[in-house]
Design a protein around this ligand. Structure first.
Ligand SMILES: NC(=O)c1ccc[n+]([C@@H]2O[C@H](COP(=O)([O-])OP(=O)(O)OC[C@H]3O[C@@H](n4cnc5c(N)ncnc54)[C@H](O)[C@@H]3O)[C@@H](O)[C@H]2O)c1
Length: 333
């Protein structure tokens, strides 16, 4: 397989690139380095010098960059996105341009290329405030409450239409919240950063009762590799999450514990419905029966995934902050 991973220098994209390269695939990464970093691929330097990994610094919204990246590619993993609910709130136009228009540019170039399959990391946000928990793939109506969720749902729809119109295969995986090494967004990263700045006080966005599923990045890359082997229909949709949920307050406790801190006072900043910000879904739990029935299962539950991610992230975040990483990536700052 010759794969293209857009956004391959980001959190999820770099782990996926590692997994694809290590399973013998040739990988081209296309990333504009807006959120990602070449450092995330440094473990693959030998494969890079052997030509198994090619990095193109370019933009998914630029047809000529995408065309160049698609050369000899048969499978595309479209990870590039503005992946933050709050970025969508602050800058809807950029979320739309990257997440929707970027997907359109990619699909247009794909149909003129030999690439026969697209794998798309979608999100639980497409379900909005679902009334059924855990939420299965065929839940309706799909009514996202964030612009991020809307752009990912729009991208799903574009992918579906191109798959049917131009006979391309599509695999859409709707992920719960992903945690692990190299993450730069999300509640765990946010808490670690806040506690590194002030180890005696932690501000929680929302009332702390938000309850969601968290999945470790290793379970996500396994899910992608597993789903790749399935002979499904032209377009298949799978939820990917853990079996349970954890509250934001419990995550705060886990992070404080794992960072070895003593007494920390917690301050809540309540949104209108107890959520952390506009567009924050308070309760999320995906039904993963469909992918489970095909032989995949998560290794970690939500609490263990958060605990492991905190261990992986705490040291790295301190050293990266010292390198002056862009702080606007940090949720809630
Ligand atoms: N992290 C999660 O919890 C989660 C959950 C569900 C779905 N996803 C999806 O997984 C994918 C990866 O998310 P992540 O958390 O790793 O985010 P990330 O920000 O770490 O990675 C995104 C990557 O895309 C790159 N990028 C952004 N705009 C680009 C453009 N126009 N052209 C080329 N590259 C561009 C960034 O530089 C970055 O390397 C996204 O599509 C996201 O929607 C993530």
């Amino acid at each position: 397989m010759n794969a293209l991973v857009t956004g391959g220098c980001g959190f999820f994209g770099s782990h996926l690139t590692e997994a694809l390269v290590r399973s013998g695939r040739n990988v081209t990464v296309l990333d504009n380095l807006s959120f990602g970093s070449k450092r995330n691929l440094r473990a693959l330097s030998r494969e890079r010098s052997n030509g198994q990994l090619r990095l193109i610094v370019g933009d998914c919204t630029n047809p000529s960059d995408v065309k160049r990246a698609l050369l000899d590619v048969d499978s595309v993993f479209h990870m590039a996105a503005c992946p933050e609910v709050r970025d969508g709130l602050r800058d809807p136009a950029t979320s739309f341009r990257v997440n929707v228009y970027g997907t359109h540019v990619l699909l247009e170039q794909m149909r003129k290329s030999s690439a026969a399959r697209i794998v798309f990391p979608s999100t639980s946000s497409v379900y909005g405030e679902a009334k059924l928990m855990p939420t299965p793939e065929d839940y309706s109506p799909l009514q996202p409450i964030s612009l991020y969720g809307a752009t990912k749902l729009a991208a799903e729809a574009l992918i579906s239409s191109y798959a049917h119109t131009y006979a391309r295969r599509a695999l859409i995986l709707r992920f719960a919240n992903i945690v692990g090494a190299r993450a730069i967004h999300g509640v765990t990263v946010d808490f670690i950063r806040r506690l590194q700045r002030n180890p005696s006080e932690l501000k929680i966005l929302g009332d702390g009762t938000q309850s969601k599923s968290y999945i470790h990045i290793s379970d996500c890359t396994n899910a992608v590799l597993n789903a790749l082997e399935l002979n499904g229909r032209l377009i298949e949709v799978y939820n990917v999450g853990s079996e349970d949920q954890v509250t934001v307050l419990k995550i705060a406790r886990i992070v404080v514990e794992e960072m070895g801190l003593g007494k920390v006072s917690v301050v809540f900043s309540k949104g209108s419905n107890g959520g952390g910000w506009v567009g924050d879904v308070k309760n999320m739990h995906l039904d993963i029966t469909k992918l489970r029935s095909k032989g995949w299962a998560p290794h970690y539950g939500s609490e263990d995934a958060v605990r492991l991610a905190t261990r992986e992230l705490a040291g790295a975040i301190r050293s990266v902050s010292a390198d002056n990483i862009r702080t606007h990536n940090s949720p809630g700052t």
